[in-house]
Structure formats: structure tokens, C-alpha cells
Design a protein around this ligand. Structure first.
Ligand SMILES: [Zn+2]
Length: 63
């Protein structure tokens, strides 16, 4: 299973937020959307979630 990463440093922000969230895609989308709402003042919406989902990256697994 490949985990996904949402890296807050990749989102435009004036806060220099360094949070990264990793996990299964649906978990990351939910957690990152909640983070964007609570910390960055975004409005929760299907558009926000699709933006979050589009910005996810595959976690690089080191063996
Ligand atoms: Zn953030």
C-alpha cells in the first residue's frame, strides 16, 4: 500500500506552516482539509478537498 503525503509547505500560505500529513488517501484528504480550515482559515468545501487531493504525493518508502 502506498501512503499519500500532504505537505503544507507546498500550499501557498503566509504562515510558513511545515506540517506534513501522511496516511491513506481518504484519511489525508480529510485531515488536511480540516487543518486548512482550522489553521489557515479556508472554507471547507468539495473544491478545497479536490485541491488537497490533487496536491497529494506518494510517500517515498525507504527500504
Ligand atoms: Zn498548514
Amino acid at each position: 500500500m502506498t501512503r499519500k503525503i500532504a505537505d503544507c509547505r507546498k500550499y501557498p500560505s503566509e504562515m510558513n506552516c511545515s506540517l506534513t500529513i501522511s496516511g491513506e488517501e481518504d484519511e489525508v484528504v480529510r485531515a488536511a482539509s480540516e487543518h486548512a480550515v482550522s489553521v489557515h482559515g479556508h472554507e471547507d468545501s468539495p473544491e478545497l478537498r479536490s485541491q488537497v487531493r490533487a496536491a497529494l504525493e506518494d510517500e517515498r518508502v525507504s527500504v
